[in-house]
Design a binder for this molecule. Structure first.
Ligand SMILES: *[C@@H]1O[C@H](CO)[C@@H](O)[C@H](O)[C@H]1NC(C)=O
Ligand SMILES: *[C@@H]1O[C@H](CO)[C@@H](O)[C@H](O)[C@H]1NC(C)=O
Ligand SMILES: *[C@@H]1O[C@H](CO)[C@@H](O)[C@H](O)[C@H]1NC(C)=O
Ligand SMILES: *[C@@H]1O[C@H](CO)[C@@H](O)[C@H](O)[C@H]1NC(C)=O
Ligand SMILES: *[C@@H]1O[C@H](CO)[C@@H](O)[C@H](O)[C@H]1NC(C)=O
Length: 466
């Protein structure tokens, strides 16, 4: 480095001191005293080695060269740095460049301070970090001062993030108030969870992607032990398995209900506690096929004969069938009596027999079909008639000595029987008949048979001259 030194006016204050004299002269003039030189102006002072070092125009470690006229120039010697170019060379502004003896770490540069000390500093775009080092075994080998590239300077992070350098790599993290949606700071969305979310106190808020307009979104999920839409959460009572065995629990707000599983019904155990009993009526019905089975609260079953049947529920008799059997039995009785009475009147006996055959056939026919109705659960009985018939009492106390009266009773019983039962809609006595007859035809047939039964009385009357 070259500098033009300005000329300083000579001061006369200490004109008699050879030191001052030489200082002033060396400053003013391009004058280099040499060892042993005699200064006549200073009483023949002999210049010493120290003087030469002390009085040189430029400072230590500087090289002086002539300038124009009175001027001279000083430059730091090679290997020295000029720390104070404006100051006078004499006073030691040239400092040894100790960086020559210094090796800085990668991406760092060395600099020398005014006191000659070398120091290393990271280059632009690099920053200093002391990072713990590890050997192949994973043992720490101490800390290394390293100049790492300032990766954050390249703004590598997504929007709404903070960048932090870590050993030369940029580490991005969502800024305060933003939520790391993707988990890698690539999508930091407004954190809508917090004081303004509307989640239940028993729910967990989750930040969702903003909508198309960038409005923050969130969702609420009820915590374990709760259920609901997240805004309102109810106690999940069912999670504690509060129901009796063989039942299913259903929450109802903060309450719950238990419903017996399929194949079970709700009753109570001996202590009156809700209990799901096996639906025996369904799985192992002990009742008659013609009876209704009803499960009881204590787990037992009650059987009751269907309409048109009577019995204890385990055995049920078809009322129509029994009724027909009773009438036929009395008809047989009538037949025997008539045969005995008419033993000497073969013609009358023949007419009675014929009428009886038709009667029996008609009774049997009606009976057969009406039982079919019963079996189908589809028989309509005149309530009063059916109740009477059920008792069978009307069949008792007939006058079997008087054939005309006997025939009247039979006729009455047959009429009541015939009009007491009627199939109402479908007919299902058996598959074959079901296919062969439709309901309408059966009704028609029953009507015809009933009419024929009415004729029985007339025929008997005619035969017996009643
Ligand atoms: C930083 O140091 C490394 C390792 O010596 C070197 O490869 C890289 O070029 C340096 N970077 C710059 C910008 O000089
Ligand atoms: C380094 O680690 C290995 C295995 O973890 C261990 O056995 C060894 O003693 C450690 N060496 C030192 C010097 O701590
Ligand atoms: C977005 O903004 C437009 C215009 O204000 C509005 O019509 C639309 O409903 C907004 N969409 C949503 C999802 O909020
Ligand atoms: C009924 O209560 C008694 C007395 O608390 C108890 O010992 C018994 O186990 C209970 N029975 C049932 C079926 O819960
Ligand atoms: C039938 O005739 C015989 C002989 O004539 C007679 O003895 C009998 O009593 C008659 N029977 C009846 C029931 O009239």
């Amino acid at each position: 480095m070259k500098l033009l030194c300005s000329v300083i006016a000579l001061a006369a204050a200490s004109a008699n001191d050879p030191n001052d004299f030489m200082k002033r002269k060396s400053k003013l003039l391009h004058w280099h005293p040499s060892v042993g030189q005699v200064l006549k102006e200073q009483d023949n002072y002999v210049v010493t080695e120290d003087d030469v070092a002390d009085w040189q125009a430029c400072g230590d470690n500087a090289v002086c060269t002539n300038g124009r006229g009175w001027n001279f120039e000083c430059a730091c010697a090679e290997g020295y740095l000029d720390f104070d170019p404006s100051s006078y060379r004499k006073f030691g502004a040239c400092v040894y460049d100790s960086c020559a003896d210094t090796t800085c770490q990668d991406n760092a540069s060395c600099s020398v301070s005014a006191d000659g000390a070398a120091s290393c500093a990271c280059d632009d775009d690099y920053y200093y970090e002391s990072v713990e080092q590890f050997d192949a075994d994973g043992n720490s080998t101490g800390f290394a001062d390293t100049c790492y590239f300032d990766a954050c300077a390249e703004d590598p992070c997504a929007d709404n993030t903070d960048c932090a350098n870590d050993a030369g790599s940029a580490v991005c993290s969502c800024s305060a108030g933003f939520f790391d949606y993707a988990g890698d700071a690539s999508n930091c969305v407004p954190d809508a969870c917090g004081s303004s979310d509307d989640c239940s106190a028993d729910a967990t808020c989750t930040v969702e992607l903003p909508d198309v307009n960038g409005t923050a979104q969130w969702s609420c999920d009820c915590d374990d032990g709760f259920y609901g839409d997240g805004v309102t959460c109810y106690v999940d009572s069912c999670s504690e398995d509060p129901c009796q065995a063989d039942s299913t629990c259903a929450n109802d707000m903060n309450d719950y209900s238990c419903t017996c599983n399929a194949g079970f019904y709700l009753g109570a155990d001996v202590n009156g506690t809700d209990f799901c009993w096996t639906d025996v009526c369904d799985s192992a019905n002990p009742c008659s096929a013609d009876a209704a089975c009803a499960n009881q609260a204590d787990g037992s079953q009650e059987c009751s004969c269907n309409d048109g049947f009577k019995g204890d529920g385990y055995e049920c008799t078809n009322i129509a069938g029994e009724r027909a059997a009773n009438i036929l039995a009395r008809a047989a009785e009538f037949e025997a009596t008539a045969a005995a009475d008419l033993v000497n009147d073969t013609r009358a006996a023949g007419r009675v027999q014929k009428a009886l055959n038709a009667f029996n056939n008609d009774i049997f026919f009606v009976s057969e079909w009406t039982q079919g109705c019963y079996n189908n659960g589809d028989l309509q009985a005149d309530a009063a008639e059916a109740a009477d018939l059920e008792s069978s009492e009307e069949l008792l106390g007939w006058d079997s000595d008087d054939l005309c009266a006997f025939a009247d009773d039979l006729q009455t019983a047959a009429k009541r029987f015939a009009r007491s039962f009627a199939c109402v809609s479908s007919f299902g006595y058996n598959a074959e008949k079901n296919m062969a007859f439709n309901t309408k035809r059966v009704h028609k047939q029953l009507k015809r048979q009933n009419k024929k039964l009415k004729n029985f009385g007339k025929k008997i009357d005619a035969a017996l001259d009643c």
